[in-house]
Ligand binder design. Structure first.
Ligand code: ZN
Length: 434
């Protein structure tokens, strides 16, 4: 009898332990970050933002799609050897995550191919709605709150599609494509957007066709709360001596999984820097960005998803800048004052269409090119002059490592680290006192 109850107790304990570890594992799978990789090649540029999660199955699915798009792009481009920046082709892939509830993610991957090899820009969208618990992809039928209304939705979609484009899809083809297994849809709050890519359309329509539906999907959507930035009891006053040399560290293309550590390194030396961030990563990294602001670093605008600003139309250009300003204001209650155009490429069109001040750099550490932290250190510490702006990227491990040497070295050389706003202040004071 006693033996039996001990066995029973042990089994119960084992069950509890297994449940806890399964729960923890599932929780872990929900951890994600957004990664941006910019590859600046001789004949083309690639800017790819993707979601990286603890869920290997999901990563594999995303990677497979991106790899396919990359090879699709490389077969389309003519590898024109245009040294001139504007003349290069561009592959831009952006990724957006809509967290619908604890176990459902709706991921939208947007592909854009532009440049001299493309007579018209090529766009494509794919969506993955992922059950994080069961680790499987969901279709439209799975996410509709009332499963019986698929037929009604189907009719509505077809009618709206017809309104958008009369000849894009015949009823017959539409019926074949838009089944219960359809997956190219996005869910935001109580709105569902259905995407039809150019490759499935029957006429020569070259852009994606969107159809939006109102769905009572409130149960599906978890509203992200905007957290308040903690007001520090007393913000220490920064004293910058305008008579002594200043230098500004700037970081582009972040935030990333390395940003928090970079912020910590800066703080450990009581050093401030400026981060030119991408709008598409603000949501995923809002806690880290908040911490960055609390530490008195400055945030600047580096476009929404690293599109090549100098090549865009006025509409697309202002969208890239304004959407980034908006999301930073909304999530962080912060308004950037400076814009750093992507690829450091500035045109009069950009100048004319933004109120933000444009900031480039005077020293390129080439951390995107050098994989060795020592090389980056050399670039960032040799021949640095007063008022220099140093370009780095907070998306590399090596950049993070190099800072531990760069900062003390420059401090030893007598430099004060300033943000771009502080640099402007110092310049102003100097011009008055001259
Ligand atoms: Zn950049």
């Amino acid at each position: 009898m006693k033996k039996k109850s001990i066995i029973l107790l042990i089994s119960v304990l084992i069950i509890i332990l297994v449940t806890i570890s399964i729960l923890l594992l599932n929780k872990k799978k929900n951890i994600y970050h957004m990664e941006t990789i910019i590859d600046n090649k001789q004949t083309y540029v690639e800017s790819i933002t993707t979601l990286v999660t603890k869920d290997k199955k999901l990563n594999k699915l995303l990677n497979k799609y991106i790899t396919n798009q990359k090879s699709h792009f490389s077969t389309k481009i003519k590898n024109l050897n245009n040294n001139y920046l504007i003349g290069r082709d561009e592959l831009n892939i952006d990724c957006k995550l809509n967290v619908l509830n604890k176990t459902t993610w709706n991921i939208v991957v947007i592909v854009a191919m532009t440049g001299p090899s493309f007579t018209e820009a090529y766009h494509e969208i794919t969506c993955i709605t992922w059950d994080t618990k069961r680790q499987k992809e969901l279709n439209i039928k799975n996410v509709l709150p009332d499963k019986s209304n698929f037929k009604d939705i189907k009719n509505e979609v077809f009618e709206k599609l017809r309104k958008e484009c009369q000849t894009c899809l015949s009823k017959e083809t539409f019926n074949k494509i838009f089944t219960e297994d359809f997956k190219t849809f996005e869910i935001e709050k109580n709105m569902m957007t259905i995407y039809f890519n150019p490759n499935i359309l029957e006429n020569k329509q070259i852009d994606i066709i969107k159809v939006t539906l109102e769905v009572s999907n409130k149960a599906y959507y978890k509203d992200a709360k905007t957290k308040e930035i903690k007001k520090k009891k007393s913000t220490p006053v920064r004293i910058i001596d305008s008579k002594k040399p200043v230098v500004a560290l700037t970081f582009d293309d972040g935030p990333s999984k390395y940003t928090e550590e970079i912020i910590n390194i800066l703080k450990s030396y009581n050093v401030k820097a400026t981060f030119f961030i991408l709008g598409n990563k603000v949501d995923a990294y809002q806690d880290i960005l908040r911490k960055s602001i609390e530490n008195q670093n400055e945030l600047g605008n580096h476009s929404y998803n690293h599109k090549w600003l100098s090549k865009l139309s006025v509409g697309d250009l202002t969208y890239q800048i304004d959407k980034t300003q908006e999301i930073i204001k909304e999530k962080l209650n912060y308004t950037p004052k400076y814009l750093r155009p992507t690829y450091g490429s500035v045109t009069n069109r950009i100048r004319k269409n933004t109120n933000l001040e444009i900031v480039l750099w005077t020293v390129d550490t080439k951390d995107w090119k050098y994989h060795d932290a020592n090389k980056i250190i050399e670039q960032a510490t040799t021949n640095i002059k007063d008022e220099d702006i140093i370009l780095m990227h907070d998306i590399f491990d090596r950049t993070k490592d190099s800072l531990k040497t760069i900062i003390p070295k420059l401090l030893d050389q007598g430099f004060q680290f300033v943000t771009i706003s502080e640099l402007e202040e110092v310049k102003k004071i100097r011009s008055i006192t001259k």
